[in-house]
Design a protein around this ligand. Structure first.
Ligand SMILES: [Fe+2]
Length: 288
């Protein structure tokens, strides 16, 4: 039985800022503003920050290293998708209708039991998920300590009929981030044993889902297209860094000690730490 304290944190915004190297800042900004529903909150030379449901930046677009560069077409680790979460079907449907004409590619729509999700690639090929959670009381049964996510078809036309103009006014947060990793077992050991996230589900040897607490996942990692691969070159578009905002300074400290215990160098800055994960992504852990 989940404690009331844990349930009170179930839908917290844990993923903070996702930082992307971009080739065309204007093109990308237009997608995240007009499609996803974010709003520019800061601009500083080659860097534009966009915020969503609250003032904390969700996306940082940085064109300083990859301006005009081509996307990477060979297998690589990095971002599988950034998953923007809307509070209801009306706002999710409105965001899907806005994003579809601006995205590079539509990649599918799924009912995961815990959530309903639509997948795109942004104009530079970064994976995007738009989704809404079902209430916890509707989540599928699972073995103790795990979550009963599944993948079934989603009736997209029925969802789109629920789009409303009020839904257009609703900004998302980021509910989870999903990474492409070179080795799922290594990623699981890193995020569970060193950082301290809870393992919530595993899809055989090729995907794992972890969370702070009871959420279905704040971080996913799969090796479907990236087994044995290395990161994209740092002068090409793609994931540069991401932030997880934990619920306490104690949790951040414990992660820092776990990482150092595993031989991972950690930079400390007040209540935040930064490090490179197993696939060389820069990660910041802070307190929300
Ligand atoms: Fe996802």
């Amino acid at each position: 039985m989940a404690s009331a304290d844990e349930l009170s944190h179930l839908f917290d915004s844990v993923v903070g800022t996702v930082e992307l190297r971009v080739a065309d800042s204007g093109l990308q900004r237009n997608f995240y503003e007009e499609g996803v529903g974010l709003a520019a909150s800061a601009e500083n030379g080659p860097v534009t920050e966009l915020a969503g449901a609250d003032e904390h930046p969700l996306i940082r677009l940085d064109s300083s290293a990859a301006a005009d560069a081509e996307p990477v077409h060979v297998p690589h680790t990095g971002l599988f998708h950034t998953a923007f979460r809307y509070p209801d079907r009306a706002s999710l449907a409105a965001a899907v209708a806005r994003s579809a004409p601006l995205a590079r590619e539509f990649q599918g729509a799924s009912d995961h039991g815990v959530s309903e999700a639509i997948y795109f690639a942004d104009p530079e090929g970064n994976g995007i998920e738009l989704y809404r959670d079902r209430p916890y009381s509707e989540w599928p049964d699972a073995e103790p300590g795990k979550v009963g996510m599944f993948t079934a078809p989603l009736d997209l036309p029925a969802l789109l009929e629920e789009a409303t103009s009020e839904g257009d006014e609703v900004a998302p947060d980021i509910g989870h981030i999903h990474l492409m990793t070179s080795d799922v077992a290594r990623a699981l050991a890193f995020w569970r044993d060193a950082v301290g996230l809870a393992e919530r589900q595993r899809f055989g040897p090729s995907a794992v889902f972890l969370a702070e607490g009871l959420y279905h996942h704040h971080l996913g990692a799969n090796s479907w297209h990236s087994a044995g691969a290395g990161p994209a070159p740092v002068d090409r578009p793609g994931l540069q860094a991401f932030e997880l905002r934990l619920r306490s300074g104690e949790a951040v400290n414990a992660a820092g000690e776990g990482l150092e215990g595993a031989g991972i160098p950690v930079e400390r800055d007040g209540n935040s730490i930064a490090f490179a994960d197993v696939d060389s992504n820069r990660v910041v852990l802070s307190v929300r």
